[in-house]
Design a protein around this ligand. Structure first.
Ligand code: AMP
Ligand code: MN
Ligand code: MN
Ligand code: MN
Length: 278
């Protein structure tokens, strides 16, 4: 029996990652990952290139995506694992999300202009290249131009919810995104469940809705989870009979706190999502 090393959540230059899909897969391989899901924000464009490198190096690539979604006016991230990027329903859904993303980028730039920060649109367009424009690109621009000292400060001062350059965004409903994933043959996973800062009551409601809409699993271990986070997530996974997933949410080698494949183990008694991937 071989010991697999799973990392089922990470980003490339197809969205807000620093490494190209090929570089990302090579780094994962170097780190001993044997099963990798590339899950860029609202795009599958990195998968073709990732596949080529994965086949060359002999690492297993799971086609994935991280979809932005709305439930009860709150934004959630839904990871799709083992999706079929050629599925028409999924393609149509992604197309909608990309239009929303592009329009949002213009609105964010406009709001920054009002705060006397010009040029953001041109800059993020250039830095994203053919990839999705995300708020990370805006954060980098604000850091590069000395408006803030860190990405975190960029979110705290400008880009985060309720801040001057925040744009509330009409992403697809959570149930829609789950439907696209499921129709394409994929598995819908609630990403980083503790990142939404939900009270226990809201968490119960959100997970009930997620499960009812066809959600199959949730991330129990992420690259930044404390042992306490893992226990809490495990509790909810058990309570709602959701399969346990794990993924680093790696974006860049510059962030030394997060590395591909560097993850705490799933708690004893977990029902791992990879039983559906084999
Ligand atoms: P978007 O999907 O365009 O709203 O961008 C969301 C991305 O921004 C996330 O996937 C993270 O990579 C990044 N992000 C969100 N919040 C923060 C934060 N507080 N500090 C740093 N990066 C963040
Ligand atoms: Mn991101
Ligand atoms: Mn996310
Ligand atoms: Mn992510």
């Amino acid at each position: 029996m071989t010991m697999e090393k799973y990392d089922l959540h990470c980003h490339s230059t197809a969205s807000d990652g620093a490494l190209s899909p090929a570089e990302l897969v090579a780094r994962a391989h170097q780190q001993g990952v044997t099963v990798l899901a590339l899950t860029d924000h609202d795009t599958t464009n990195g998968l073709t290139s990732a596949r080529q490198t994965a086949d060359t190096l002999g690492i297993r690539l799971i086609p994935g995506i991280e979809l932005s979604a709305i439930w009860e006016h709150k934004c959630f991230h839904i990871v799709g694992l083992n999706i079929d990027p050629a599925n028409p329903t999924l393609i149509e859904g992604i197309k909608q999300q990309q239009i929303i993303r592009a329009e949002r980028a213009e609105k964010i730039a406009h709001k920054l202009e009002k705060k006397r920060i010009p040029g953001a649109y041109e800059a993020v367009k250039a830095s994203a290249g053919e990839g999705m424009i995300t708020r990370s690109h805006f954060a980098d621009y604000l850091v590069a131009n000395h408006h803030v000292k860190s990405q975190q400060e960029a979110f705290d001062k400008y880009l985060g919810r309720g801040k001057p350059a925040y744009v509330s965004t009409a992403w697809a409903d959570m149930s829609e995104t789950i439907r696209w994933i499921t129709e394409s043959g994929g598995i819908a996973i609630l990403a980083h469940p503790l990142r939404y800062k939900l009270s226990g009551n809201w968490m119960n409601r959100a997970l009930t809705a997620f499960k009812q809409a066809g959600g199959i699993g949730m991330e129990v271990v992420t690259g930044r989870s404390s042992l306490d986070d893992i226990q809490r997530s495990h509790f909810y996974a058990q309570k709602f009979q959701l399969l346990a997933s794990q993924g680093s949410d790696f974006h860049s080698p510059q962030n030394e706190w997060v590395e591909l494949g560097r993850l705490q183990p799933l708690p004893n008694g977990s029902d791992p999502v990879w039983k559906l991937l084999n």
